[in-house]
Ligand binder design. Structure first.
Ligand code: NAP
Length: 544
């Protein structure tokens, strides 16, 4: 029973025990959380979103490191649900940078008056399912509590930042940070000796940018990556007009492609094309911006095998051409994983950084990092004196952000226990034993917003259906869940993304089970699967 201290369908109510009551709670006010909040409110639910940060934006709030920007074309990344928004917002660059992206998400929050239902500075520490009441009770770090029938975890794929357990970090006398927790006030790196650990997509963006100002830069690289030129540029007035006039076609195109990008594979096999023509295509695509270099290429470039290796060698030679010192070039040439098996970092002058006299590349595969010292960083081979250490060491992807909250379902089981050997959620969304919980952060793949929007539409329509039918609980059946886990395992074994030791399969986190953390399917296949589930009366879900 709830008494009405505050009773407003948009803001929820407060129960006698002082716990705020809502129809739905959304954890996170990033891209997915903001849209979940918008959709649920449109459907007439009372909703509260909780956000750890002091502002909205999620990934684009936290990742303030120099150089952070999109690798998807800006105009394919924005929300598509509002024609007004599409026409009002001008993307200034082809691949927009963090400050602009954060501004965009703030603009969305203001335009749709979302802030009144977002509690900032609110880290969710636990969510416990009350089996008698069929509601989730969520507790915030400051003691605030709220209850709702439905819980959506819009906590992001890459938000639980990971710093390796290096001994001695606390003894370091200089400044240090992780790229995903870059201080809002910035870091003054000018004239400093800076060390960067990690050369993934984040490290590549950061290193390129800070190399322009630091006195000396030491890059600690364990694995070299294939990188492709981003070729960012400003969007001029004419292009702006063209973009705004063609949003329906742009989004239509994105809907058709496997990763929801603008780029469609060449249906020919690279191996069926004469070598000279093949090379011409490689070169032509290399001159194009962004992911076109791989996602518009011969289809089998993105499958394990000979065509993939042919293109990988093309990419390796591009690195060799750009780095003056052949020994350094060879250190930067990836040799231990297939092209495309890790997310491809896009770069804007990354390799040329290593031609600077004040930049040193250190191989920490050969001589691993042993500890952080008061004066810097010590590897098995040497100690490096540093004023600043930046960890671009990635994320405990997908499940990490769920595990950092205590999510407790039926019978006291926690999601962390249940996901100990990898996510067990039907279509990435719903796990048996955790009624009314929708783990949307585990279900998005590819061009993020293009994948997130239809996913949130599906989840919120499901919630609406459950409410309209008067059900108290909805969750995947154990059978549907088990079949999905098998599907991820079998489908995952065939694709490139599982072939390397990366966050895609949890291999970047010591001790984490090695399984594909997202679906192995293309975006159209995922949408079709979800549509089929609805057409068959929410097949695979138990509603009570
Ligand atoms: P990441 O790809 O996981 O890279 C982490 C880096 O840290 C790797 O180089 C890794 O080396 C290194 N590392 C981890 N532990 C280490 C240790 N103990 N000793 C030495 N090195 C260590 O993380 P990320 O660069 O943050 O990127 C994660 C994902 O975020 C990307 O794949 C992408 O999807 C997304 N992202 C997107 C953009 C964008 O353009 N929109 C930008 C940045 C990131 P190993 O490779 O050897 O493990």
């Amino acid at each position: 029973m709830t008494s009405s201290l505050e009773n407003n369908s948009a803001t929820g109510t407060r129960s006698d025990d002082g716990v705020a009551e809502f129809d739905a709670i959304v954890v996170g006010a990033g891209v997915t959380g903001l849209y979940s909040l918008y959709r649920l409110r449109e459907l007439g639910f009372s909703v509260q979103a909780f956000e750890d940060g002091t502002g909205v934006g999620g990934t684009w709030y936290w990742n303030r490191y120099p150089g952070a920007r999109f690798d998807s074309e800006s105009y394919t990344y924005g929300y598509s649900f509002s024609e007004d928004l599409l026409q009002e917002w001008d993307w200034k660059e082809l691949y927009s940078g963090q400050p602009e992206n954060e501004r965009y998400l703030n603009y969305v929050a203001d335009k749709f008056d979302l802030r009144r239902n977002i509690r900032l500075n609110s880290r969710v520490v636990s969510a416990v399912f009350d089996e008698d009441d069929n509601r989730w009770e969520v507790e915030i770090a400051d003691g605030y509590r709220a209850r709702a029938q439905f819980l959506i975890t819009a906590v992001g794929i890459l938000s639980a930042h990971y710093i390796p357990d290096f001994e001695g970090i606390d003894s370091f006398e200089g400044q240090w940070c992780h790229t995903g927790r870059w201080p809002a006030e910035g870091m003054d790196l000018a004239g400093k000796r800076v060390g960067v650990v990690g050369t993934g997509a984040t490290g590549v963006q950061l290193i390129t940018e800070i190399a322009k100002e630091v006195a000396h830069l030491t890059v600690f690289q364990r694995t070299a990556n294939y990188c492709a030129p981003l070729r960012n540029r400003l969007i001029d007035d004419q292009m702006q007009q063209e973009i705004k006039a063609s949003y329906p076609e742009i989004f239509e195109k994105c809907l058709e492609t496997p990763g929801s990008f603008m780029h469609q594979f060449d249906p020919r096999s690279g191996l069926d094309v004469p070598p000279e023509e093949r090379m011409d295509q490689y070169e032509a695509l290399w001159a194009e911006p962004g992911f076109k270099e791989w996602l518009s290429n011969f289809y089998d470039v993105m499958l394990p095998g000979e065509a993939n290796e042919d293109y990988a060698e093309f990419g390796r030679n591009k690195i060799r051409e750009r780095v003056h010192d052949p020994e350094v070039a060879e250190m930067l040439v990836p040799k231990d994983h297939m092209f495309g098996s890790k997310r491809l970092p896009c770069e804007s002058g990354y390799y040329e950084v290593y031609n600077q006299d004040n930049v040193l590349l250190v191989d920490v595969r050969e001589a691993p990092i042993e500890r952080i010292t008061p004066k810097g960083l010590k590897t098995a081979a040497a100690e490096y004196e540093l004023d600043v250490i930046i960890f671009a060491t990635g994320y405990d992807a997908v499940t990490g952000s769920l595990n950092r909250m205590r999510i407790q379902g039926l019978g006291g089981e926690t999601l962390q226990e249940k996901f100990a050997n990898g996510p067990r959620a039907y279509m990435g969304i719903s796990s048996s034993g955790f009624p009314n919980l929708f783990t949307v952060n585990a279900a998005s793949v590819g061009n993020f917003v293009r994948a997130a929007e239809p996913l949130v539409d599906w989840v919120t329509e499901c919630i609406d259906y459950v409410r309209n039918k008067g059900y108290a609980r909805v969750a995947a059946t154990p059978t549907a869940e088990e079949e999905w886990v098998q599907h991820v395992c079998e489908g995952g074994a065939k694709i490139l993304r599982t072939q390397a030791n990366s966050w895609f399969v949890g291999a970047n986190i010591p001790g984490k089970a090695r399984v594909l953390l997202t679906a192995p399917d293309s975006a159209p296949a995922m949408r079709a699967k979800r549509a089929e589930v609805v057409a068959n009366g929410y097949e695979g879900f138990a509603m009570e």
